[in-house]
Design a protein around this ligand. Structure first.
Ligand code: MN
Length: 230
């Protein structure tokens, strides 16, 4: 292959215990915990919907370190959304929920950082959310833990604190659309590929961060993810 410019670097997520998971696409589920749907002005009973982030929005944070993100431009309301991230190891289309676990390679703790003011403005105008959701460094993520090690994650605390104060608190069991149902719905719309990541939605308590804040997210069984805003 003779590239006419240098090919972009492949986005990767480190795996706990060694190795790198190469990222193909990042899918995200909107409003997937009832209380968060309600805080955003919805009932929590709507069908699932999806948006995407570019793979290179990832900020990989190795275990035991603090990641850093730059406060992004054009916003005065940068929100944290702590989320369970599912990594797809085996692709497919029209995957049934019952078969979904065999497509999961592993899990990680992730942050769906959101320029809420821009997202709200786009919502109001009926325009795409990209500028609010899919910006540079909008997807900090901790190390992936293999499914073989964790087993299927169906319940467990998911929390986020800012400077030591708990802001978001929920349980994976409260997902409106389970991981398996999400894989079924997503794979009906797109052919999932090995390397795809799915951000599965955030519990209630989303709020703004400013420069100097340190966010620490945690999910039972997956450890924590610490990210500073600079
Ligand atoms: Mn989200």
């Amino acid at each position: 292959m003779s590239y006419v410019i240098a090919p972009p670097a492949l986005a990767c997520v480190p795996v706990a215990g060694g190795g790198e998971f190469p990222v193909h696409r990042i899918y995200c589920v909107g409003r997937n915990y009832a209380e968060h749907a309600q805080e955003m002005g919805f009932t929590g009973r709507e069908p699932p919907f999806f948006f995407m982030k570019p793979a290179d929005a990832i900020v990989a944070v190795p275990a035991g370190t603090t990641g850093r993100i730059a406060y992004p431009p054009l916003t005065a309301n940068l929100h944290h959304e702590i989320e369970l991230v599912v990594a797809i190891g085996r692709g497919g289309s029209n995957i049934r929920a019952a078969d979904a676990p065999s497509h999961i390679w592993g899990y990680a703790v992730g942050l769906d950082m959101t320029r809420r003011d821009l997202q709200n403005e786009m919502k109001k105008q009926g325009r795409p959310w990209c500028i609010g959701k899919a910006f540079d460094q909008s997807a900090p993520i901790g190390p992936l833990l293999p499914y073989a090690q964790t087993g299927e994650l169906l319940k467990g605390a998911i929390t986020l604190s800012v400077n030591g104060t708990v802001k978001q608190k929920g349980d994976l069991a409260e997902l409106i659309w389970s991981v398996n149902e999400t894989i079924e719905q997503l794979s009906a719309a797109w052919t999932l590929q090995p390397g795809d990541l799915i951000f599965t939605g955030t519990p209630a308590g989303v709020a703004a961060v400013v420069r100097g804040d340190v966010m620490e997210g945690a999910i039972a069984g997956l450890g924590s993810l610490k990210v500073a805003v600079e």
